[in-house]
Design a binder for this molecule. Structure first.
Ligand code: ATP
Ligand code: ATP
Ligand code: MG
Ligand code: MG
Lengths: 224, 224
């Protein structure tokens, strides 16, 4: 469901150039829980952003569900992402002016799904936050913001879920619940789940792991 | 070095009230590595903010290094914090317009320590980021921002270090380096180190643990 071929990414800031990804290729099948791991600064967020169409690679192709997203126009890419992709940002990226419920409802509205409020409350309940519905991000703890971001990414049942360190701010019980939730999406609903993580607990539910180091793939361990 | 007595904190937003901390007391000695653990939303960030004088408790007292900080005027409290406390925020709180080096240098300037640039580079080197000196936060990875925040908190050798989940964004190798760094500050330099964490790896270097659940202290396990 996800095929990345020969991805290269150079960041250019003023006169400086930094080659963050070198010849990275990756394949993730539907129904699979795939982990992307590696040291801080190794290029994981950069790669995930490219796979989600949020960043254009300097070289290489990305194919999602049969679509060459690197070839799509900006508006067609935006529509594709809205329809097929749920993305959890490393920094959560919640809308600060909206409550937890509104942050999730907006995703349903954008997708034209009716009864947005009802569905938003159900999703927040799934991540243990039904009682935080009316709180804005500034009035939420770190782990609560993270869970709102996860709920928002799951709105509308996207076929592909990409999550950048979705348990980083969570204790073991909440982290376990999220890991189980993500695993079930892949195994019982056939979604494709790609998770960037430093969390060794997630290895238990992973089918495969891709390791990055200094912008290159170094290991592809098949575990399952 | 840190004594909190009967801390109570009620958040009031418009008509709503939320009692985030109920009758919390805590003692941390100098030379000690003390962990504050508990589920997401249990009140850890709230408590740390009160202990650091960043938030005023609804009831209760906080004594740092013999000083009743809850009694100090705002300006005297600010001066006290600058002199004695290094604080690592859960969200890093870096100055977005400044580079990594400048973020750390500013701390030295504020404390009147000469040769700020030289010291800033040394600290960034200690957290593995000497080569990111001239990058601004938007051009840094999550774990790199976290390490800059840690370096900034250590500027000027503060007597007390409080860190809110300082390894959340770090892989095992970088996480281990930070844990070792914090431990040595307590053990070889006699500082007081209070760490909020979900990271079980940090238990290895901890002397004592305080567990929070729903705003109350539930366990004080002495490990050492
Ligand atoms: N400004 C605020 N107004 C209202 N409620 C708040 C505010 N800040 C925090 N809270 C609530 O207080 C509780 C404790 O928050 P706190 O940030 O201290 O939790 P935490 O233990 O640090 O959690 P985490 O592990 O997720 O970071 C949470 O339920 C949170 O929703
Ligand atoms: N906008 C940018 N300009 C220049 N360099 C960048 C930019 N964004 C990221 N980098 C650099 O690219 C490298 C990879 O960053 P990336 O965010 O992908 O790492 P990561 O693997 O997600 O790290 P972490 O585990 O710390 O989140 C880092 O060295 C970072 O400093
Ligand atoms: Mg990252
Ligand atoms: Mg917190």
């Amino acid at each position: 469901a996800i095929v990345a071929s020969h991805i290269n990414l150079v960041y250019r800031n003023g006169g400086e150039e930094f080659n963050a990804l070198q010849d990275v290729s990756l394949t993730v099948k539907s129904g699979e829980v795939h982990l992307l791991m590696g040291p801080s600064g190794s290029g994981k967020t950069t790669l995930l952003s490219i796979l989600a169409g949020l960043l254009t690679p300097t070289r290489g192709q990305v194919n999602l569900l049969g679509e060459e997203i690197t070839q799509l126009s900006r508006s067609r890419l935006a529509a594709f992402r809205l329809k097929h992709l749920g993305f959890v940002f490393q920094g959560f990226n919640l809308f600060p002016a909206l409550t937890a419920c509104e942050n999730v409802e907006v995703a349903f509205h954008l997708k034209g799904v009716p009864q947005a409020r009802k569905h938003a409350i159900e999703l927040l309940d799934q991540v243990g936050l039904a009682d935080r519905c009316n709180h804005r991000p500034q009035d939420l703890s770190g782990g609560q913001k993270q869970r709102v971001a996860i709920a928002r990414a799951l709105a509308g049942n996207p076929q592909i879920i990409m999550a950048d360190e979705p348990t980083a701010a969570l204790d073991s019980q909440n982290g376990h619940a999220i890991i189980t939730l993500l695993r079930n999406l892949a195994k019982t609903s056939g979604r494709t789940v790609l998770i960037v993580t430093h969390d060794p607990r997630i290895l238990d539910v992973a089918d495969r792991v891709t390791d990055l180091e200094d912008g290159k793939v170094v290991t592809k361990a098949k575990l399952g």
